[in-house]
Design a protein around this ligand. Sequence first.
Ligand code: ADP
Ligand code: MG
Length: 339
Amino acid sequence: MLGQQPQLPGEFELIADYFAPLSKGFPGAFGLLDDAAIISPASGHDLVAKTDAIVGGVHFEPDDPADLIARKALRVNLSDIAGKGANARAYMLDLVLPHTTTAAWLSAFCDGLAADQNEYGVHLIGGDTNATPGTLTIAVTAFGEVPRGRMLRRSSAHADDLIFVTGTIGDAALGLRVLCGELPSLKTKTAASLVGRYRLPQPRVDVGPLLLDVATATIDVSDGLLADLGHICEMSGLSAVISTNDIPLSPAAQQALSADRSIIAAIVAGGDDYEILFTAPLGAVSKIDEISRSTGVPITMIGRMEKISPNIETPVTLLDPSGTPLKIGNRGWTHFGRL
Ligand code: ADP
Ligand code: MG
């Protein structure tokens, strides 16, 4: 199909020129010259699979730099693999390219993938390529491995477990607001650091596998802190109480929040953080500190899991600094009951 387009070579040249080099070093990819690939997990391991698509105008802007789009498409999947305690090994790439795609764009896109393959030790092992009159869409399927039977689940938190999160929360959501022309009070450099977090997630690949020894339940934060903690609650049959005071914020997010307190809604509900949220018993705290020290990734305790109470409206309670529950609605927050 793409052969009809002057901008790009035919489909098979495209695969040979752009994608096959990214499969080098992974024998089961067969140089992208066969119909399918083989992944053999190390003995005693399970294969963990995850797919996520990103769509132009929804998860990124079509005129964002091509290499960053590629890296985001890959990283959002690596984040899920890490969040499950697994080590990523390979990925597949389904591309739906607008007819207007140029060779320069695809070349930059593949350079982005190559850079992240180096950074994360993964290889491209297959995919599919189609042309469209519509929107650029990129689906990555990532594969990782985890010791057999040990993949970390959402469903295994216990009452009284503590709740932890890596890194900082809210930066990507605020970065998106900056791109939409909001948060005018921020200095250019501060605003740029937030946009950077939106465009290029930092999946916590070093922390994830180390959580196998400490975490009871995990999820990576993509929908938003409240929503994703809600998923752990629902799957574990529990409630959670967290406090705004404890949520780790970058200096940039702190600045945005002190200029406008209502920004807390975007921070806790905005999503795209790609941090790992997990629960662990009190007895695991010193091991968690050690994981934070050895990886250089901050890990912050933000609350506690509780038995579910009968009249509960929603499972996650967010307390403001005075200990009053906050309600976060789509249009901001008010002091009101449980979330
Ligand atoms: P088929 O004709 O069986 O559908 P294709 O011609 O689509 O196969 O693909 C040929 C080979 O190229 C396969 O190994 C496939 O996995 C690989 N491939 C196609 N598109 C991509 C892509 N975007 N990224 C990586 N590999 C790709
Ligand atoms: Mg085939």
